[in-house]
Ligand binder design. Structure first.
Ligand SMILES: [Ca+2]
Ligand SMILES: [Ca+2]
Length: 320
C-alpha cells in the first residue's frame, strides 16, 4: 500500500513516504526533487471547507450534496517538505486520503502549473461504478491520474488501463469513506474518454481525472481573464437570524473556483462574510430588524476576481 491515512478528526494527515510511480522520463538522480510533484487526494464526509497545507495548490474539488467531498492538490517538491501534511476541515468529518509522487512532470515553470486539464463529477445516488468525465489533453505523454471517492468503505478495482497506486478506507461507527488513486501514462493528445473504477459496495461517489504535463511540453498560458459577474442575485430573510442568497452562476474561460459573498450593514462599506462553491449562501450571522446589502464576486483558480454582482437589500423581520 502506498502512504495514506484515515481518521475522524477535522484533519487528514499524510506521511512523508512518497511513492514513485509512473514516469521515469527525464528523471536523473540529483534532479529528483526539481522534477517531482506530489499529488494528494482528500476525501471527506460532509461538505466542509478544506484548507490545504502551505505549498499545495488545489486542482479541483467535487461534492455530492452535503454527503461527500473530494479535493485533489499538487505540490512541486522543493526539499522543504515537512514530515507530514495536514488538511484542515471547517467541520469535523471522517476522511481518508493518499499522496502519490511522480517524476517527470513539468514543475519547472514559474508559476508552477503542471496541470494540463482536469474534470470531475459526483453522483447523488448510490453506485458501485465511479465514472469520471472525459478530459481532452493538449500535449503528448500526459500523466493521467484518476481519483475516486466513496461514502462507504469498499475496496476498488481501478479503471481498465489504469494502475492502482492508493486505496484506503476509514470507518467510524456507521460512517465510512474511502479513496482510490490510479494513474496511466497517456500517448497522443486528445480526449481520454471517461474512466470507471469499480467499488465492492455502493454509495454516493466522486470521480476525478487530472492530466499532468510532462517535462518539456508547452505550459498553458497563465489565466488572466476574470469570470463574468454573478447575476440575478436574490436575498430572502427566512427568519430574523437568517438570510438566504442565490444567484446565477458566473462563467470563466477556465472555470469558476468560488464566490466571495460581501455584506454591508446600512450605509457601511462592504466586507467579505463567506465563500461559496455553489451559487447560493446562507448568512446566519444577521440580527433581527436590520437592513443589509449584499453583493457577490466570482473568483477563478488563478485568483482573477469578477466585477461585483448587482447589490440587493433585505431587512430581517422583528421576530421569528
Ligand atoms: Ca484495489
Ligand atoms: Ca479565468
Amino acid at each position: 500500500m502506498p502512504p495514506g491515512e484515515a481518521n475522524s478528526e477535522n484533519r487528514c494527515c499524510m506521511a512523508k513516504e512518497y511513492k514513485e510511480a509512473g514516469r521515469g522520463r527525464n528523471w536523473t538522480p540529483g534532479r529528483t526533487r526539481a522534477l517531482m510533484v506530489l499529488v494528494a487526494v482528500i476525501t471527506v464526509r460532509g461538505a466542509p471547507t478544506i484548507t490545504q497545507p502551505a505549498g499545495w495548490t488545489l486542482v479541483r474539488s467535487d461534492m455530492s450534496g452535503t454527503t461527500l467531498k473530494q479535493a485533489t492538490y499538487y505540490r512541486a517538491v522543493d526539499g522543504t517538505e515537512a514530515a507530514s501534511f495536514a488538511w484542515t476541515f471547517s467541520s469535523t468529518g471522517l476522511a481518508s486520503g493518499a499522496i502519490v509522487a511522480y517524476a517527470g512532470v513539468d514543475v519547472l515553470n514559474t508559476p508552477v502549473r503542471p496541470v494540463d486539464t482536469a474534470d470531475g463529477s459526483a453522483t447523488t445516488s448510490s453506485t458501485a461504478s465511479i465514472v469520471t468525465p472525459s478530459i481532452t489533453t493538449s500535449v503528448e505523454g500526459d500523466l493521467l491520474i484518476g481519483a475516486f471517492g466513496s461514502a462507504t468503505n469498499p475496496t476498488f478495482d481501478p479503471p481498465s488501463g489504469m494502475i492502482e497506486q492508493g486505496e484506503i478506507a476509514a470507518s467510524s461507527g456507521k460512517t465510512r469513506v474511502a479513496t482510490e488513486v490510479t494513474d496511466q501514462v497517456l500517448g497522443a493528445a486528445g480526449p481520454t474518454g471517461s474512466r470507471t473504477a469499480t467499488a465492492s459496495k455502493s454509495a454516493v461517489v466522486v470521480g476525478q481525472l487530472i492530466a499532468l504535463r510532462p517535462v518539456g511540453s508547452t505550459p498553458p498560458p497563465v489565466d488572466t481573464e476574470k469570470p463574468t459577474p454573478p447575476t440575478n442575485l436574490a436575498a430572502t430573510a427566512t427568519s430574523s437570524t437568517r438570510v438566504d442568497l442565490a444567484w446565477t452562476a458566473s462563467t470563466d474561460n477556465v472555470g469558476v473556483d468560488r464566490y466571495v459573498v460581501q455584506r454591508a450593514t446600512g450605509a457601511e462599506a462592504f466586507a467579505s462574510i463567506g465563500i461559496a462553491t455553489v451559487p447560493q449562501f446562507a448568512d446566519r450571522t444577521v440580527s433581527k430588524n436590520t437592513t443589509y446589502r449584499y453583493r457577490v464576486m466570482a473568483v477563478d483558480a488563478a485568483g482573477n476576481t469578477s466585477d461585483p454582482s448587482g447589490i440587493v437589500s433585505v431587512t430581517t423581520p422583528r421576530r421569528g
